[in-house]
Design a protein around this ligand. Structure first.
Ligand code: JF5
Length: 257
């Protein structure tokens, strides 16, 4: 899979993409990340990639010529996405879609934005990693690379498929423990040291359900609530009711003055 990234900070993107899992995947020939320096396609002595906005206002706008030239010289895999908070939000489903294809490209914006003709006449769409503003798209590009790269077939082996399976299930992970069995007076739950693998599996599943209900009720709603079997498991393993008892003072009575 080939992923091209266009940026004015190529060293930052190369450093982030060259380490750990993504670096290994490139060494193994599974992933081909190509980083392009937009400044190599400037024509003035100052190597300018930005200019002041037509109509006035503060800040600078990324100018179209170097960006078009860089993309045309690279002939990168499409779609080409502009990173920015206005695009489709990256989630696990989108990461899976991107990992299933032959490749795509990312353009990192900077300054107050990019000349709109870049978005309209060069890019194929916009991609967001969340509802916050960054100084530039580089860290967002690294997020996309890591989320997608680990799903490329062969990159991770069993661990990725196991993680994927549990996330596809729509639940958070159960808690994990390692040695020591007791740390500063806090014990590892007895069930995990029992050696009873059936009991351990039921407890883990119940804990994943309980945690998701407590911390991410939106994820529970998105998967359509719990099955009867899951409600029964929560009750038998952890003694928890479902739906959960709401905290006192949050019901309709609290609206009375
Ligand atoms: C960017 C102009 C893009 O801020 C972001 C971003 C937030 N969520 N996802 C991406 O991208 C950087 C900065 C300025 C365009």
């Amino acid at each position: 899979m080939r992923i091209d990234v266009f940026t004015i900070f190529p060293a930052l993107v190369r450093a982030g993409a060259g380490e750990s899992l993504l670096g290994k995947a490139q060494e193994r020939g599974l992933l081909d990340v190509r980083v392009h320096d937009l400044r190599e396609h400037t024509t003035d002595v100052h190597r300018s990639v930005d200019d002041s906005p037509f109509g006035g206002g503060a800040g600078m706008v990324m100018t179209p010529a170097p960006v078009f030239a860089a993309v045309e010289a690279a002939d990168p895999p499409r779609p080409l996405f502009l990173l920015g908070p206005g695009g489709r939000r990256l989630d696990q489903a989108l990461a899976r879609e991107l990992a299933a294809g032959p490749g795509f490209s990312l353009l990192c914006g900077r300054y107050e934005g990019v000349d709109d003709r870049i978005a309209t006449h060069l890019c194929d769409g916009e991609l967001s990693i969340g509802d916050y503003v960054l100084a530039g798209g580089e860290s967002a590009a690294l997020v996309v690379l890591e989320a997608v790269g680990r799903l490329v077939p062969g990159v991770m082996g069993n661990q990725a498929s196991a993680d994927e399976e549990s996330f596809a299930d729509g639940l958070l992970e159960h808690p994990q423990y390692t040695r020591p069995a007791e740390f500063r007076g806090h014990d590892v739950p007895e069930v995990l040291r029992s050696g009873d693998h059936g009991r351990i599996a039921r407890w883990r599943r119940a804990m994943a359900l309980a945690r998701t209900i407590e911390r991410r009720p939106d994820l529970v709603a998105a998967r359509g609530g719990l099955t009867d079997e899951e409600v029964a498991l929560l009750a038998s393993e952890l003694g928890l009711p479902y739906p959960p008892a709401s905290p006192t003072g949050t019901g309709p009575e609290s609206l009375q003055t």
